[in-house]
Design a protein around this ligand. Sequence first.
Ligand SMILES: [Mn+2]
Length: 305
Amino acid sequence: MVSGLQKKTVSIIGSQMDMGAVRKGVDMGPLAIRHAGLIRMIRDIGYQVKDCGDILPMVATSEGNPRMRYEKEINEANERLFHRVLEIHEDQEFPVILGGDHSIAAGSVSAAAQHFGKIGLLWIDAHGDFNDDRITPTGNIHGMPLSAVCGCGPDSLVSFTEARVDPHNVAVIGAREMDPEEIKKLKSKGVSVYAISDIHISGIRKIMEDAIAVVTDGTEGIHLSFDMDALDPEDAPGVGTPVLNGLTSREGFIICEMLSDIHRLLAIDLVETNPLLDNRNVTGRLAAELIITCLGKTDYQSFGI
Ligand SMILES: [Mn+2]
């Protein structure tokens, strides 16, 4: 068996969104990951693939609220993404959502929650993404989507649905750059945060076992939201917000292999790939490899046998 997802068609949809972040270039992430050969790679492991194209944000005329910059444009694009991803789920297909900055998860994760009800959320990230308009130090919305989908604000980022994710079914892995108020809030809401230092002590396999228990506890399955900045800049230089002391690419692959093995994935976001800062698309290619590892690619197995 390749994977429990084998019978499903994989539907790829991108969002060329960069307004949640300061640095430009993550809007080209979906193109970079496609150019790495993603569609062919997914077909090669036995799936049908549909490419649903990209969501193109409207042109911004002003930043708007400095504590939630480009809120209007981000919400408009996310509402469209939400409906497209919801359709993919309703058609019993498996969505792979390419970013774009991480603000797009407000649309993609909400679609999974709307369709499946109680979902687990595995958030692989250098950051907590648990800020809101009250505590944000930057006003960048890509630092807020996890909080928004958990119903911990800002609600305006998920105004297109009532569906929310229970923070007790959320695990963050790889975090190493969080704001003090954000840490307090993550703890008070009951999110399970596995920081890099925890991985140093326990190893990624043990951390993943614990995280999988959190995200599968009473849930319909797991939405994976993978921010490439979780990885070390040595392995993934082409990201919007690089932070030293990250996951190795091997640890990234172990995460995806373990998820493939348990056959509980509902959707994958792959975000924050920035080709402008990359080195010959090494980060785009790594993103594509991580996706197909989640979908069941192994290194020494004959598919279908
Ligand atoms: Mn993120």
